[in-house]
Design a protein around this ligand. Sequence first.
Ligand SMILES: Cc1cc2nc3c(=O)[nH]c(=O)nc-3n(C[C@H](O)[C@H](O)[C@H](O)COP(=O)(O)O)c2cc1C
Ligand code: SF4
Ligand code: SF4
Length: 266
Amino acid sequence: MILYFSGTGNCLAVARQIAKFTNDQVMPLTEAVRQDLTSERRIGLIYPSYDFNMPPAVRNLVPQLKISTNAYIFIIITCGAQAGNSIWTIRRLLREKGIEMAYSHKIRVPDNSAIVFGRNPNDQKWKFERFSKRLDTIIADVQAEHKAHHYAWWSPLAWFMGTKRMEQWMLRTFRPAVNETKCIGCGICSGVCPMRNITITDREKPTATNVQLAAVGPHCTVCLACLHACPQQAIEVGAKSSVKAHQYRHPDIKLKDLSRPHPQLL
Ligand SMILES: Cc1cc2nc3c(=O)[nH]c(=O)nc-3n(C[C@H](O)[C@H](O)[C@H](O)COP(=O)(O)O)c2cc1C
Ligand code: SF4
Ligand code: SF4
């Protein structure tokens, strides 16, 4: 069983590519927490690096997993450059459940947060050249159930960024907002939000063409899925809107792949 958390498809693409060779089932982490996975003898967990650590949602969901202490656990982190301290965080979270992870690695991919700083993640597709090579290594290792940790970087800055106070700052600073004049209420953002945190409501003052409006709720984990998927570029971070050419999704992943129904969480 391979579990993933993904906003723009990098982690889902990695999960699917590994599963093609290992014949594992692929499942969103948000769904997996509702299942009893104690009979699974191999569990992969694939998630992105956020601010040198784990996405807050992943940090909250991992303790809820029902998995066996005897399972072979492998962790793959996708990141623009640095996975930071997230490998230490997941090790601690699993140890608190009496589980020792067997294998960990990271893969560099286009940085989907670059859009917030006015940079184009689509300019980083050169990272896919190394991506395939790294993935081949990971697939061979996982198939053989190797025990190895290829990523053991630790930094005080990353530790600081992972503190609750900084996490709250990050969630406040990067939390998306809807530009009401641009939004057409199409619901795409609501469909791709892994946290089911966007609702589509009737406008208080409907216009001739726009009757509905998206509203971002309180459970945002800043995955930026909504910002990258909005066809109107109506999702803004820090009052800055996205540019169409900078909107990113992993090339193998379609919008409908990210638009599964997820349970309401947290
Ligand atoms: C809020 C946020 C913070 C991020 N922080 C980092 C980071 O500290 N280091 C890094 O290398 N990449 C960082 N990234 C980039 C993502 O880790 C990377 O693009 C990842 O592959 C996205 O996975 P997904 O497409 O499955 O959502 C960040 C992305 C977001 C949205
Ligand atoms: S995807 Fe964009 S236009 Fe569509 S409902 Fe969401 S914010 Fe509005
Ligand atoms: S509201 Fe947007 S950024 Fe926040 S969790 Fe949902 S899709 Fe991700």
